[in-house]
Ligand binder design. Structure first.
Ligand SMILES: Nc1nc2c([nH]c(=O)n2[C@H]2C[C@H](O)[C@@H](COP(=O)(O)OP(=O)(O)OP(=O)(O)O)O2)c(=O)[nH]1
Ligand SMILES: [Mg+2]
Length: 313
């Protein structure tokens, strides 16, 4: 069999200060005409993805990109091409948007699109856009249930919208009881709760989804329904998460933490090298981190930070 030719593409997710992002409709005469996409196009020979992005956005919509961060990388097999898509978050540009190719533009709210259909390769990208910069993990083990539930209420009132309920020290019954209580509080605030490693319980209780520990990830053959993320430590586990089509991963340990003192750490350099391989889901740093590490995390290519102890102070 001949080697498949891969078409490299760069696409830009323009994000406004209010959190809305831009979709454009594909012009007539192209494959998937009329479908919605992120503005962009194919790399020309010798171009980097960022150079192609800058050129395409100038050509297609007349803007000058001033700030763009590489984000997700998705590969997809269409009947017309086998594509590798480099998605950038574009946070700065100059000039008004002009539809130079007769396309339409539509500003969209993550999770609440009002245009369709979107190119099929973009499904994980649209899911990734809904995820927060800071992902909180519960810490009942240390705080005790009463104190943790009280802190949870405060955090919910202050805007906590995503939570992983990870309490491996609890037996199955105690965990299920805690999950019920947590969900009752969280649902009042529209907070998505991911249960730890129990897809059936998540479904029964109506949780948003599940977070898989690395060992369970490696044994999973079918992606659980709803939101699904995992803990990973290396390239093999990242690849497995990609193969299953997960929504996010937490990668660590970045720095020594109280729960894993003296253990092996990746540091931001090791973290950055793994993230830089390009994944179709956001990657959070975990291990000894707090919200104060957000800038360092994002500079290393992370979506943000997963925090345990520091989430409940
Ligand atoms: N621009 C863009 N292309 C995407 C996205 N998602 C996705 O699967 N693709 C696919 C569709 C196409 O097969 C390929 C991009 O090719 P294109 O036709 O837009 O390329 P181009 O702008 O350079 O156009 P042309 O010069 O070939 O006419 O990537 C997306 O969000 N944005
Ligand atoms: Mg294009």
């Amino acid at each position: 069999m001949s080697e498949t030719k891969i078409t490299h593409v760069a696409a830009g997710i323009l994000i406004r200060a209010d959190g809305q992002f831009l979709l454009g409709s594909r012009p007539a005469g192209k494959p998937y005409a009329g479908w919605w996409e992120f503005p962009g196009g194919k790399l020309e020979s010798g171009e980097t993805a960022l150079q192609a992005l800058t050129r395409e956005l100038q050509e297609e919509m007349g803007i000058r990109v001033t700030a763009a961060q590489p984000w997700l990388v998705q590969t997809f097999v269409y009947p017309h091409a086998h594509v590798r898509l480099n998605f950038f978050k574009v946070s700065g540009w100059e000039g008004e948007l002009h539809p130079h190719e007769g396309q339409q533009f539509a500003w969209q709210t993550p999770g609440r699109l009002n245009v369709e259909p979107v190119l099929p390769a973009n499904t994980p990208i649209l899911r990734g856009l809904q995820l927060p910069a800071v992902l909180a993990f519960s810490n009942v083990a240390e705080l005790g249930e009463t104190a943790w539930l009280a802190t949870l209420q405060t955090q919910l009132a202050q805007g906590l919208r995503w939570l992983v309920l990870r309490e491996p020290q609890l037996d199955a019954d105690s965990y299920a009881a805690l999950a019920r209580q947590t969900l009752a509080l969280a649902q009042e605030h529209g907070c998505q709760v991911l249960l730890h490693g129990q897809p059936e319980l998540a479904e029964v209780l109506g949780a948003a989804g599940v977070h898989l520990p690395a060992r369970q990830l490696m044994q999973t053959t079918t992606r659980p329904g709803g939101w699904c993320g995992a803990s990973v430590h290396n390239a093999a586990e990242l690849a497995k998460a990609a193969e299953l089509g997960l929504d996010y991963v937490v990668l660590g340990t970045v720095a020594a933490s109280q729960s894993h003192p003296g253990g092996a750490t990746l540091g931001w350099d090791g973290f950055s090298a793994l993230v830089g391989q390009g994944w179709p889901f956001p990657v959070y740093g975990i291990g000894g981190l707090s919200a104060a590490d957000l800038d360092a995390a994002q500079a290393a290519g992370a979506q943000g930070v997963a925090i345990l102890r520091a989430a409940w102070r």
